[in-house]
Design a protein around this ligand. Structure first.
Ligand SMILES: [Zn+2]
Length: 255
């Protein structure tokens, strides 16, 4: 029996974790263990959308014990697979943004084989070319679009493909009534849709991410407001760290 996360109840409380968690998709991509998943789920809720499965426990011998109402659960392995998909997007995006001329490695997991590709965005062109030639036959939809001239675009095409696999089918587009007018609205399905939407918007806006020195949450800083000295996600965390430092100083002064 696979491990699952069960939802405590089906009440849908309206909540907006992204108001304060500007880098939540980053934190999601860092989940690697069952304990990580449970801690994240306890804090932010189930992923929802296509990851929720209805579970019924049928008691065949004592049918009166069978509950007609199913409960909703999410397999932990599906959580981890989604987290890995997000982690690959985050690291590929970081490599693209860094515009690093040195050789880098991109790991691609395919259903059976794990390919380890060594190439550079601008360096080691011949390795990238070899790889493209080798893979053209396998992924015609992706490589059809890479001409000989702009083969350095393949990391971005790959990123496009990875992100769209995450967002696919997890956003509703339609009218939404807000404040006093009807407006076109893109509504993510469940937390998983919202995480992928947040990642997409971060890439679109060239947002950089830092980890808060105090609470360890990830937060975004847009390129134009980027200040290298920014260490904390909020003023509250800055004050907490300041008080901690002050307390530490006082204690060392006493001894
Ligand atoms: Zn913080």
């Amino acid at each position: 029996m696979p491990m699952r996360i069960a939802m405590a109840d089906l009440r849908h409380d309206r909540y907006a974790p992204f108001d304060s968690q500007t880098g939540l998709f980053h934190a999601f991509g860092a989940l690697r263990s069952e304990a990580d998943v449970i801690a994240f789920a306890n804090r932010f809720g189930p992923l929802g959308a296509d990851l929720s499965t209805a579970i019924v426990n049928v008691v065949r011998e004592e049918p009166w014990k069978t509950s007609i109402e199913p409960y909703w659960a999410e397999p932990i392995d599906l959580w981890l697979a989604e987290a890995c998909a997000m982690a690959r997007v985050v690291s590929l995006w970081e490599l693209i943004q860094a515009r690093d001329r040195s050789v880098f490695q991109v790991r691609l997991t395919r259903s059976a084989a794990r390919l380890r590709i060594k190439t550079g965005l601008t360096g080691d062109r011949h390795i990238a070319k070899d790889w493209i030639l080798a893979k053209k036959a396998e992924k015609p939809d992706l490589f059809r679009r890479i001409s000989e001239k702009d083969e350095k675009d393949w990391p971005r095409l790959l990123l496009e493909q990875w992100v769209n696999r995450g967002t696919g089918g997890r956003t509703d587009f339609g009218l939404g009534l807000s404040e006093k007018s009807l407006a076109a609205a893109q509504t993510p399905r469940g937390l998983i849709g919202a995480l992928w939407q947040q990642a997409t918007l971060a890439i679109d806006g060239h947002v950089d991410f830092l980890q808060c020195r105090q609470c360890r949450d990830w937060f975004g800083i847009s390129a134009e407001h980027a200040r290298p000295e920014k260490l904390f996600c909020s003023n509250a965390c800055r004050m907490r760290a300041y008080r901690k430092r002050k307390k530490g100083r006082k204690e060392s002064a006493l001894t």
